[in-house]
Design a protein around this ligand. Structure first.
Ligand SMILES: Cc1cc2nc3c(=O)[nH]c(=O)nc-3n(C[C@H](O)[C@H](O)[C@H](O)COP(=O)(O)OP(=O)(O)OC[C@H]3O[C@@H](n4cnc5c(N)ncnc54)[C@H](O)[C@@H]3O)c2cc1C
Length: 463
């Protein structure tokens, strides 16, 4: 079918105003938040209701058109870089919160709902939706589920998969498949809901998501510990966990990140500190007091130069603003920012920090490291300029070295950013070839024409 006829077909489904073919639009949807080459789609379509979404999927399958679903495009692994000349399907118009059930503690949402708007709606009903990715002001719940996004609270509360009770999705033929339930327990059949989480748009297109809600904690205490030695800070993380305390949040910043954040906002951080730990405990007030006191003792035992406790909401907000500033501040230093999420067992954080320093030296690169130290999820952030060909080659080598090291320490390629295009080539190193073959067979059965986000997760062999 010619491009013009296809455009007409999509317009019949979604309305002419929701079919985009102008050069500027195709350019706008040719990349995402990963640093990868741009790939222009052939057409962009924005269904306004779920029926149209299903029809778009069916039409793509009938014509063998490669389909990439896109929420906010904030993923950091190339998950929404389209197939050349393929279709980009935007979920931004599917943005309704269909139900917030306060009796049974769940919500039903469309995939294009913005994460922070949802969390705020839930909070206004006196409940909590814990997953809080740093991108929550713009990311969508569909994108969060498809990437299994994590966030600052993941240490205690888990990641998105821990809150997904069910997903209704369109299979490749456009049939609506209902999975999961609104009940706390549901063990009927294969765990199709689980299969869809982290599937990065390769197995089905989410139409509706059922999410678990929890009561919010009664008390919260935040603190900031300064260290003059990176190893002491990383060993403190291991010791807090070993003491069987589970903070809601336990974040790390190295000296380079501290200085850059301080230059960015002037929040009063100690730029002499080699590392900072930002820690928050929550729960019953008595437990919070007890945990906080133990954490202060552990920090001091590891030689913390200073431990500051937030005395009020304003001071607490300042602690977390400093952490939220880490990526935007680093991103201003050089033209290109490569944010990785190599993750290691928590006890291996000191070893990983040493390795990152060695890798930065070896490849003569600037690497600022911050991240979710409590769950072993570090974000080594390489500050570079993609236009410098020689430096860019060294960046690639450094990324290989970072993942080699993380895997050698018993870690994983991704704590939260997914695999997408960026890390597909490393998958066999973590999971072995049998797991890749099994996944490919699954993909072949569910999507025989390989139209759903081809090349993502499993590499290019199927594309
Ligand atoms: C500044 C910044 C901070 C970030 N912080 C975090 C963080 O703290 N934790 C974290 O985990 N991530 C973080 N990220 C990464 C990113 O925000 C997450 O991966 C997020 O979940 C992506 O949501 P999105 O709506 O942008 O999805 P997109 O990027 O649009 O899509 C992501 C994937 O989901 C698929 N998809 C989208 N909608 C559907 C659907 N309806 N059905 C099937 N598949 C679908 C897409 O095809 C793609 O493969 C950050 C990114 C940035 C830029």
């Amino acid at each position: 079918m010619s491009t013009q006829s296809l455009e007409k077909e999509f317009a019949k489904i979604a309305g002419q105003e929701n079919v985009l073919t102008q050069e500027a639009d195709l350019h706008a949807y040719s990349y995402d938040s990963a640093v990868l080459d741009q790939v222009r789609p052939g057409i962009v379509v924005r269904p306004a209701d779920s029926e149209s979404l299903g029809k778009v999927v069916r039409l793509c399958n009938e014509h063998g058109l490669k389909l990439t679903v896109r929420g906010a495009g904030t993923n950091l692994s190339g998950g929404t870089v389209p197939h050349p000349g393929g279709v980009v399907c935007l979920t931004t118009a599917l943005d309704k919160i269909l139900e917030i059930n306060q009796d049974d503690l769940y919500a039903v949402v469309q995939p294009g709902v913005i994460t922070a708007k949802f969390a705020a709606q839930v909070a206004s009903k006196g409940l909590l939706y814990p997953p809080d990715p740093g991108s929550q002001a713009v990311s969508t719940l569909g994108g969060n589920v498809a990437e299994n996004a994590g966030g600052l609270r993941a240490l205690k509360y888990g990641v998105t998969k821990d809150y997904v009770m069910g997903i209704d999705f369109f299979d490749v033929s456009g049939n609506l498949v209902r999975t999961g339930a609104r009940t706390v327990k549901c063990v009927t059949g294969y765990n199709l809901t689980g299969l869809m989480v982290a599937s990065e748009g390769t197995l089905g297109v989410f139409e509706k998501i059922i999410l678990k809600l929890v009561p919010p904690p009664k008390a919260i205490k935040s603190m900031m510990a300064e260290f003059d030695n990176v190893q002491a800070a990383s060993e403190t993380v291991s010791s807090i966990i070993a003491a069987k305390i589970v903070p809601a949040t336990l974040e790390f910043m190295d000296n380079f990140t501290i200085k850059t954040v301080e230059n960015f906002r002037g929040a009063g951080l100690n730029t002499e500190a080699a590392a900072l730990l930002l820690i928050e405990v929550d729960g019953h007030p008595a437990q919070v007091e007890d945990d906080a006191a133990q954490i202060v003792d552990i920090c001091n035992a590891h030689g913390a130069v200073k431990v500051r406790q937030a005395e009020n909401e304003q001071e607490r907000a300042a602690v977390w603003q400093a952490r939220r500033d880490a990526l935007p501040a680093l991103a201003r230093v050089r033209p290109t920012t490569v944010l990785e999420d190599a993750t290691v067992p928590r006890s291996k954080i000191p070893a990983m920090m040493k390795a990152l320093e060695r890798i930065a030296d070896e490849f003569k690169l600037t690497i600022g490291t911050f991240g979710h130290a409590g769950d072993g999820n570090l974000h080594p952030t390489i500050l570079t300029d993609k236009r410098d060909v020689q430096e860019w080659e060294r960046v690639h080598k450094a990324i290989d070295a970072i993942f080699d090291e993380a895997l050698a320490l018993g870690g994983t390629l991704s704590g939260e950013h997914g695999i997408g295009l960026a890390k597909a080539k490393y998958m066999h190193l973590e999971h072995g070839t049998a797991a890749i073959e099994y996944s490919r067979k699954l993909k072949e059965v569910m999507d025989p024409g390989n139209i759903l986000n081809p090349g993502k997760i499993l590499g290019t062999l199927l594309s």
